[in-house]
Write a protein that binds this ligand. Structure first.
Ligand code: SAH
Ligand code: SF4
Ligand code: F3S
Length: 486
């Protein structure tokens, strides 16, 4: 797909008006951006640099790869820090601390800009889908040059030109997506693994969650586009892909020819060259027996299901609008464990939801123990303006939230430790991902069940699937060794 887009860029006639169709319009603007970046680089006497800072989930990480792909294609080289000619903050707003981190970093970027004439700063992503945040940036961070939202990311080449050509703040936020535009360039962070979007947005409206408001209604990509992208990635050396959607289980319901997630997954398994397939995130309310069967029958699908629980209390689950009960969740988890040997089940839990008491936390801890989560992300409830939960009257005081949080955390750590320990001594396939950040003689590898194992080795191993013995369990991860062929 990149090849045909590149042809469009090269054939763009910059003396004619911009085309009105997509992606031709973006190809035209990318060609224009190339001219602008080249001219600026010549004037500066050095190549221009760009940097994208990502906050948030895998969706945002994938969006950042698209932004970097466009920046590189426009002629920017990668900067090693935020001190760059073009700096992009791709933001998250799922919890308040995500917003605060972005504002803190933006303040520092303003200082960098004072010492770097011509520097451009862009803010995009979920946070700027909220008008109040845009207003705050307009008033208090006036050095920002470009703000664009989640629905119009495909128009980045156009905004890039506008921003390079003007001095004022360019702001373009849409409140909904008009279409899914394929074909723009993508720069992958890892050569050997990649995310693949299967759907955008969410229709679930969990009462605490801002995502449906900032990402819009659910839109599925066509199966042929997904399969084509997977095949291209595999041909390009990718061995592991992660299919991405806010709720992968409702994939395909909006397509002209409906296709379930289980059907899609089965087709992705047949893409030649792939060694491992992951997906994020399945909502427990619509995880089908068919999906469990497809995972069980296809070893290439990772033995890992991330199944967000959020709460174990029926009362709180109802107020969260999660549409399952404690017992339904537990029987689903038991069914998954029974049909998929060696599967790891991980989860997300929110603590301190309005009205939550010790009795509700007892229920959550009961689920944690009965399911025996292999790992869990535990979050303190954060009030998001505009969501139904923000209007609930019985908000829990901060100190109380922290106390409840610690109760859950202790339970989660116990079960995770016990679950991991049982694998000690086993030999499993692991994908070598990167040099260990703390000890460069170790290579960090990922097991099919998503656990990390650190093995002695060198960077030549990166990107390879290796047989690894799990020698020593350290709670959430292992030290191990590669088993060499004898
Ligand atoms: N679509 C996915 C992920 C959504 S965001 C899903 O349904 O699981 C990732 C996690 O952030 C959620 O699972 C939830 O645990 C957490 N989260 C979302 N909104 C939150 C809020 N207002 N406060 C605290 N945690 C929140
Ligand atoms: Fe948010 Fe619920 Fe949608 Fe997940 S499923 S993104 S938690 S509304
Ligand atoms: Fe955050 Fe947006 Fe993802 S709010 S969690 S980056 S969808």
């Amino acid at each position: 797909m990149n090849d045909s887009f590149e042809t469009l860029v090269q054939q763009a006639d910059l003396h004619s008006p911009a085309p009105e169709t997509e992606p031709a319009r973006q190809a035209f603007d990318l060609a224009r951006a190339r001219e602008l970046v080249r001219a600026r680089g010549l004037a500066a006497g050095r190549p221009l640099t760009a940097r994208v800072e990502t906050f948030g989930c895998q969706m945002n990480a994938r969006d950042s790869e698209k932004i970097i792909g466009i920046l590189r294609s426009a002629g920017f080289t990668d900067a090693s820090s935020e001190d760059a000619d073009f700096l992009v903050y791709n933001t998250c707003t799922v919890r308040d601390n995500a917003d605060q981190r972005v504002f803190g970093r933006l303040g520092r970027a303003g200082h960098l800009k004072r010492n770097r004439p011509g520097m451009k700063i862009a803010v995009c992503g979920c946070m700027v889908q909220e008008q109040t945040n845009v207003e705050k940036i307009r008033k208090s961070y006036r050095f920002v040059d470009l703000i664009f939202g989640t629905h119009n990311l495909y128009r980045f080449p156009e905004y890039l030109c506008a921003c390079l050509e003007s001095e004022g703040m360019v702001i373009e936020i849409w409140d909904r997506a008009d279409r899914i535009v394929e074909a723009l360039p993508v720069a992958r962070k890892y050569p050997f693994k990649s995310g693949v979007n299967i759907s955008f947005g969410c229709n679930n409206f969990c009462s605490y969650c801002i995502v449906p408001y900032v990402r819009g209604r659910e839109r599925s990509r066509a199966p042929r586009d997904i399969l084509h992208e997977c095949a291209q990635l595999a041909a390009d050396g990718v061995v592991e892909i992660m299919l991405l959607g806010q709720n992968v289980n409702s994939y395909g319901r909006d397509l002209d020819t409906p296709c379930s997630f289980a059907e899609l997954l089965e087709q992705v398994c047949r893409v030649e060259g792939l060694r491992r397939i992951r997906f994020m995130t399945p909502h427990p309310k619509d995880l089908s027996d068919d999906l469990i069967r497809v995972i069980a029958e296809n070893e290439i699908i990772a033995r890992h299901v991330h199944l967000p629980l959020q709460s174990g209390s029926d009362r709180i689950l109802r107020r969260m609008n999660r549409r399952y009960t404690k017992e339904q969740y537990i029987s689903l988890a038991e069914k998954i464990r029974a049909r998929i040997p060696d599967v790891s089940i991980t989860t997300d839990i929110i603590v301190g939801f309005p009205g939550e008491t010790d009795a509700d936390i007892d229920d959550t801890i009961d689920v944690v123990r009965r399911v025996g989560f292999d790992n869990a992300f535990t979050f303190i409830y954060s009030k998001r303006a505009g969501t139904p939960a923000a209007k609930m009257e019985d908000q829990v005081p901060e100190a109380e939230k922290n106390r409840l949080f610690n109760r859950v955390l202790t339970a989660v750590q116990e079960t995770a430790h016990t679950r991991a320990g049982r694998l000690t001594g086993r030999v499993m396939e692991a994908l070598a991902e990167e040099v260990n950040l703390k000890d460069s003689s170790l290579i960090t590898c990922r097991l099919s069940n998503n656990m990390l194992v650190h093995v002695p080795g060198d960077p030549s191993m990166i990107g390879k699937m290796l047989p690894v013995r799990l020698d020593e369990c350290r709670g959430f991860y292992f030290f191990g060794s590669v088993i060499l062929d004898s």
